[in-house]
Design a protein around this ligand. Structure first.
Ligand code: SF4
Length: 310
């Protein structure tokens, strides 16, 4: 085990993604924010767009706690999975004076599960704790040749492999190894620092066969109503875009049809139909078309508006 830990750290020193901004800060709020944004979102998008923009507006957890939820959602607009933003905001309100350092206390905060709590403890506080995200889970399953293990077994094995002398770098190294070398398809075993100790290197893909994702199809019908350079939007109460502004719903009437488009959101594959109407039944808020970018609207609504407001 010691040999594998050593080889991993040597590899990380040379090939690790040390330039990522959240790896070059000790500010726990910045580290926490990056972890929330990185769930379900590509590193490049977070690094280049959302992380710097968010920190420019809310540089401290205190600043975030004093904002309105609408402002936070507006800044999150386009990033998807908006429950992340709502939980981030709730956590900021609860922890603006003192962010917990204890794993169990972190788990009590909204939106913080086993992964995020351990990532904060490891990357933020360098505590001796294993971290398991999708990439690390793949490495662990292959390294220990685990066939369809329970989650708890993966965490136990990650703890067994953990380098207690440098847990932070060890976890970051495993994460990078999973995203650069131990890829889901065609893992690069011949150049992997763990090759000599990896029990699954003869047939790595057999330990990480992925189940086909199941998607839910849904058809949506929205009204487009514009008056005096203002558009009618409504606050979503459904689980999909809760508290975000969206187009009002409408019963489909063929003569009023404008266009339709496809959109993917989490597990949903949506067909969105748009209708030009003169009135709607939902409670509406009139939003100035020139101020749309300051409003909490989703990518779906942005797409719909781009197709109808020309
Ligand atoms: S040797 Fe291959 S399967 Fe094992 S950890 Fe490295 S890349 Fe993954």
């Amino acid at each position: 085990m010691v040999q594998a830990q050593k080889a991993l750290l040597q590899w990380y020193t040379i090939y690790g993604r040390h330039q990522l901004p959240w790896r070059n800060t000790t500010d726990i709020y910045h580290i926490y924010l990056s972890e929330i944004m990185l769930q379900q979102t590509q590193v490049t998008r977070v690094k280049e767009e959302y992380y710097p923009r968010f920190l420019q507006k809310f540089p401290t957890i205190k600043a975030l706690s004093l904002a309105s939820e609408e402002e936070v959602l507006a800044l999150w607009s386009g990033l998807g999975y908006y429950s992340r933003a709502r939980n981030l905001y709730k956590t900021a309100k609860l922890s603006s004076h003192q962010f917990p350092t204890d794993y169990k206390e972190l788990l009590q905060l909204p939106g913080i599960g086993q992964y995020t709590a351990s990532a904060i403890c490891s990357f933020g506080y360098n505590q001796n704790i294993a971290v398991v995200d999708t990439n690390i889970a793949r490495v662990i399953k292959r390294f220990f040749a685990l066939t369809e293990p329970k989650n708890s077994i993966i965490w136990d094995k990650a703890t067994e492999l953990l380098n207690s002398k440098n847990p932070r770098s060890h976890n970051l190294a495993l994460m990078d190894l999973g995203s650069i070398i131990c890829l889901p398809k065609n893992p690069q075993c011949t150049i992997c620092p763990l090759l000599n100790n990896c029990q699954g290197s003869k047939n790595p893909e057999s330990y990480t066969q992925t189940k086909k994702k199941e998607y839910e199809k849904m058809e949506l019908f929205y009204a487009v109503l514009i008056r005096n350079n203002h558009i009618a939007l409504t606050s979503s109460t459904g689980t999909m875009y809760k508290n975000m502004l969206q187009l009002p719903t409408v019963d489909p009437i063929e003569e009023l049809f404008i266009t339709k488009f496809k959109h993917s959101y989490t597990k949903y594959r949506l067909t969105v139909n748009l209708y030009k109407v003169e009135e709607v039944i939902d409670d509406i808020i009139w939003i100035d078309l020139d101020k749309l970018n300051q409003s909490p609207i989703s990518s779906l609504t942005k797409k719909a508006l781009a197709l109808t407001i020309i």
